[in-house]
Design a binder for this molecule. Structure first.
Ligand code: SF4
Ligand code: SF4
Length: 247
């Protein structure tokens, strides 16, 4: 089952565009004793661009990240990577002893937005929201949303955010349908080959196939040219939706 949250549960009810002013500027978090990079459990889910930026910035691989600061968990039915909390401190592994983020320039999109978040009105349109009760600092200053979110200058980023959201929505729905309805031979045959259909638990295997295919296609397989990330991921998303019969 995947979650549906109402707007009033997660924010003050207002929605913002990039050109709106919003009271969200934390002033570099100066003087805040409630560091929010602790105790986040599995909530900082990483998209492929987050992982790509981390691998470039830290000169490492996704496999290596999985040995420390990143882990894979099931989020609303599908396997996705998230920032792992340090077992001793319950803080993000990238938080240093003076409560500074050691990967500030390559921090994930969720961190760049915080305490703003995205609210999806449908598969392809979103607005920004100020997340209720998340930042504990008082008297936040007003700032233009566009300045706060500091998105990459590449216009491909916004398209990627929409394409990735659409992909996740599609596979989440496919997993939900498999769990609640029945088995779809076509997806499994297209991705794994018809010979692997002779399995005991077809539903579980099909869900695992979708998850593993997603991890392999978007996280484990590196992108060859850093400058063309958005072009490459656009093709990968289209191909994946086509292969799984969801386009
Ligand atoms: S990546 Fe940086 S900003 Fe994000 S949770 Fe970790 S320490 Fe905090
Ligand atoms: S609670 Fe707000 S001010 Fe404090 S560290 Fe988090 S974002 Fe910064």
């Amino acid at each position: 089952m995947y979650r549906e949250q109402s707007l009033n549960e997660i924010c003050d009810g207002r929605m913002y565009t990039e050109n709106d002013m919003v009271r969200t500027d934390t002033g570099n978090c100066a003087g805040c004793r409630q560091v929010c990079c602790k105790g986040m459990e599995r909530s900082i889910v990483l998209d492929p661009y987050d992982v790509h930026r981390l691998t470039i910035s830290l000169n490492t691989t996704f496999d290596q990240l999985l040995k420390g600061p990143v882990e894979i968990n099931i989020v609303d039915g599908i396997m996705l990577p998230n920032l792992a909390m340090n077992k001793d401190t319950d803080a993000c592994s990238f938080l240093d002893s003076s409560n500074k983020c050691t990967i500030h320039d390559a921090r994930p999109g969720v961190c760049r937005l915080f305490p703003l978040g995205r609210y999806w009105e449908d598969d392809t349109h979103y607005k920004y929201i100020f997340q209720k009760d998340q930042c504990h600092k008082e008297n936040l200053s007003k700032i233009k949303v566009k300045k706060w979110i500091n998105n990459p200058a590449d216009p491909g980023y916004d398209q990627f955010i929409k394409d990735w959201h659409r992909y996740i929505v599609r596979i989440r729905k496919a997993v939900y349908d498999i769990q609640s309805e029945g088995y779809d031979d076509k997806i499994h045959a297209d991705v794994m080959g018809a010979e692997s259909l002779n399995i005991q638990n077809k539903k579980e295997t099909q869900i695992r196939t979708i998850c593993m295919y997603t991890l392999k296609t978007f996280y484990l397989t590196p992108f060859v040219d850093d400058k063309d990330f958005f072009g490459q991921i656009g093709h990968r998303i289209s191909d994946a939706l086509h292969v799984m019969g969801m386009d």
